[in-house]
Design a protein around this ligand. Structure first.
Ligand SMILES: Nc1ncnc2c1ncn2[C@@H]1O[C@H](COP(=O)(O)OP(=O)(O)O)[C@@H](O)[C@H]1O
Ligand SMILES: [Mg+2]
Length: 321
């Protein structure tokens, strides 16, 4: 058990209570550094950081929650921590993965994984032209995504053209929209593999029959989704919000599953220590990885079904460092 102070660097206090409960249960304390717009932090570059273990949970969607510059603040702070040799879990290189699906897909593909065919479009001018190179249906999403930002399915180029030219067009925060092949799943669910300390923890099945692209597992997002339903309904796609009960523990995937082993190898290579990796099993028998989340939130129902709650494993992992 560590005598180190554990620091959690994050941008969303709503996601902390399940971890706080796990820390409390284990009798381990932690401190928070919150990268909100009004958090009022500053950095004296000539001072050393405090001693401790630092866990970065900066999320790709931080800019949607009163944390406009969380990514930039975190880049500065992580550079400072790493410069002084502090132990950082999910450090600066991992943050760059979190905020760029381009980076994720390039690395995954290099490692031999099948990823969706994707184009990254800078700005709006060439969006329609690029989309026309894809067959319908196709997907658009934000390079810096999380919580389904900008994820839409189009079955018709005319609909897409109208969308791009309308006030509904969702501008990506980094200006990069991805156009992507649509993955037709064999059964209506996606799978999310959770890794802690670089090791497999459990697999989660998320039912997508309701048609949602917003699949954040956190309770806080569940509330968000319910609140945002009327506003989102009736768009160019079928965003309905994943229903309560959409998340379940998928017991047949274990540490011995070949995909899991390959991913552990991949995560080790890129020093990604805490991650949720999402894939779809397609109708033509392929397994396609399309999202790496490095600030994972654990679904309350799954935490109860699984042999060990991920939040408890996180505390044990951080305490051992
Ligand atoms: N290429 C695709 N084909 C089919 N469904 C997709 C595709 N990409 C994303 N989705 C659906 O949209 C959800 C959100 O997309 P994702 O890439 O995970 O973005 P985010 O980073 O915002 O979570 C996925 O969990 C999946 O259900
Ligand atoms: Mg996702």
């Amino acid at each position: 058990m560590t005598t180190n102070t554990i620091f959690i660097l994050h941008d969303n206090p709503e996601w902390i209570p399940p971890f706080a409960a796990a820390f409390q249960k284990a009798g381990v304390s932690f401190q928070e550094w919150i990268f909100h717009d009004d958090a009022g932090h500053f950095l004296n570059l000539d001072e050393e950081p405090p001693q401790g273990v630092f866990w970065s949970r900066i999320s790709a969607s931080s800019h949607t929650r009163n944390a406009t510059h969380a990514k930039e603040y975190a880049r500065a702070v992580l550079a400072w921590l790493e410069r002084y040799g502090r132990r950082v879990v999910n450090g600066s290189a991992v943050l760059e993965f979190e905020v760029s699906k381009v980076r994720q897909y390039l690395a995954l593909k290099k490692h031999g994984f099948r990823v969706p065919e994707t184009s990254a479009v800078f700005g709006e001018r060439q969006l329609i032209e690029v989309a026309k190179k894809y067959t319908t249906p196709f997907i658009v999403k934000h390079n810096q995504g999380g919580k389904g930002l900008g994820v839409r399915r189009f079955d018709d180029f005319g609909d897409f053209e109208r969308y791009v030219n309308s006030v509904d067009f969702e501008e990506p925060t980094d200006g990069i929209t991805l156009v992507q092949e649509y993955l037709r799943s064999k059964e209506p669910f996606i799978t999310r593999l959770e890794f802690i300390g670089g090791k497999f923890h459990y697999a989660v099945r998320v039912d997508t029959a309701a048609g949602s692209f917003q699949l954040c597992p956190a309770d806080a997002c569940e509330i968000d989704r319910q609140n945002s339903l009327p506003e989102l309904a009736g768009g160019a796609c079928d965003i309905n919000g994943a229903k309560n009960g959409a998340f379940s523990y998928r017991a047949e995937i274990t540490a011995d599953t070949p995909l899991v082993r390959q991913l552990e190898d991949f995560l080790a290579q890129y020093k990604i220590e805490v991650a949720g990796v999402e894939f779809i099993e397609t109708a033509n028998g392929e397994t396609v990885i399309y999202d790496i989340n490095t600030n994972t939130n654990y679904n309350a129902a799954v935490e109860k079904q699984a042999p060990q709650a991920a939040a408890d494993r996180i505390v044990a992992f951080l305490s051992e460092l």
